[in-house]
Ligand binder design. Structure first.
Ligand SMILES: Cc1cc2nc3c(=O)[nH]c(=O)nc-3n(C[C@H](O)[C@H](O)[C@H](O)COP(=O)(O)O)c2cc1C
Length: 328
């Protein structure tokens, strides 16, 4: 992301601009639907700040916060472009305040591209789908588009091909899940974000997918226990992908969030459903196993399951006004 001078023809963003685009930013995915972000105007630019109070104070949750905020920044950038007021994104612009994950500075006005409009239209249709997918396979051209989506934001997306490779990756995800399940703090964190009914944050039982069964290849995060109807097993050969970044500095985690959201919106536009598994990223030993298993340069940032599904259950958000702070 390059630095830019504010050109004389650009004007700063207004409170109305901010209110309009934050509505789209908060549709981004976030760990446990915790929505760990705050937005404000700062000298005509938009600042995105990590709201640490929304997640436990441990490294794996700082990671999750930065990825979630990065995804929100991607939506902000798109929404501003479609508004005709595009932005240049500066990631972690203040060395002395790393909680400012990004600043969006007005760029020269221009019309949004076709690709921007297409992805923008997918923002409100995207949601995590934790239900079983059909056995229909994802065609090669869509696989290519997903990989390109990650690459165009400075990330990478590796598709895991072949039964033994998928099983090996699933074993890493399951091992990480077992480690987390033995942790009492993790159990109380899940209880904090699990919702009986659809709410403004957290994950409802309906959105959570089915309670785990021994035959499942990948372990859904246990937000609630919805028993599955007979015959509704998960697909036996899921398309699994790992999204990653070149390194794992804080700035890489933010840009991984941008890459993640671009992949998710590209998938939504193509009619694909996606669910996420971050257990192996949260457990350092599992993340290292995953990195070694991929046999490539770079650091894994998320595991994705991609396929064709029935419409799932969107999760709600807190009102946009509640995450906007007064201007600096
Ligand atoms: C950093 C991060 C980690 C996540 N990890 C998981 C996960 O392990 N399991 C899961 O089911 N969903 C995971 N999600 C998806 C969130 O639970 C989801 O985005 C959130 O509940 C909002 O719902 P939505 O995606 O339907 O809008 C993760 C999302 C992010 C950004």
């Amino acid at each position: 992301m390059q630095q830019t001078n504010m050109a004389s023809t650009t004007t700063g963003y207004t409170a109305d601009d901010l209110a309009a685009v934050v509505e789209l930013a908060i549709r981004a995915p976030s760990m446990h639907n915790s929505q760990p972000w705050r937005f404000r105007l700062s000298g005509g630019a938009i600042e995105v700040r990590l709201d640490k109070a929304r997640l436990p104070d441990i490294p794996a949750r700082a990671w999750a916060g930065r990825v979630s905020c990065g995804a929100a920044v991607f939506n902000l950038r798109l929404a501003l472009a479609v508004l005709g007021k595009p932005a240049v994104v500066l990631v972690q612009p203040h060395n002395d305040d790393p909680d400012v994950v990004a600043k969006l500075v007005p760029d020269q006005p221009r019309s949004a591209s076709g690709a921007e409009r297409t992805l923008y239209a997918a923002i409100s249709r995207r949601h995590s789908n934790r239900a079983p997918f059909s056995t229909q396979s994802v065609p090669a051209d869509l696989r290519f588009r997903l990989r390109e989506a990650a690459r165009s934001e400075g990330g990478w997306l590796d598709l895991i091909i072949g039964t033994s490779a998928v099983n090996a990756l699933a074993e890493v995800v399951n091992a990480a899940n077992r480690v987390l399940q033995r942790d009492k703090a993790y159990a109380s964190e899940l209880a904090r974000w699990s919702r009986e009914e659809i709410a403004q944050d957290g994950v409802s039982v309906r959105a959570a997918g089915y309670a785990p069964e021994p035959q499942d290849i990948l372990p859904m995060r246990a937000f609630g226990a919805r028993t599955r109807p007979p015959g509704r097993d998960y697909e036996p050969e899921p398309l699994v992908a790992v999204l990653g970044s070149a390194e794992d500095r804080d700035t890489d985690q933010v840009t991984a969030g941008l890459a993640l959201e671009r992949v998710l919106l590209t998938a939504t536009d193509a009619g694909l459903a996606v669910s996420m598994f971050s257990q192996p990223i949260e457990v350092p030993a599992a993340r290292e196993r995953l990195r070694l298993a991929l046999g490539r340069h770079g650091i894994p940032q998320m595991v994705l399951r991609v396929g064709y599904g029935h419409p799932g259950y969107p999760s709600l958000r807190r009102p946009a006004a509640s995450v906007i702070d007064p201007p600096e």
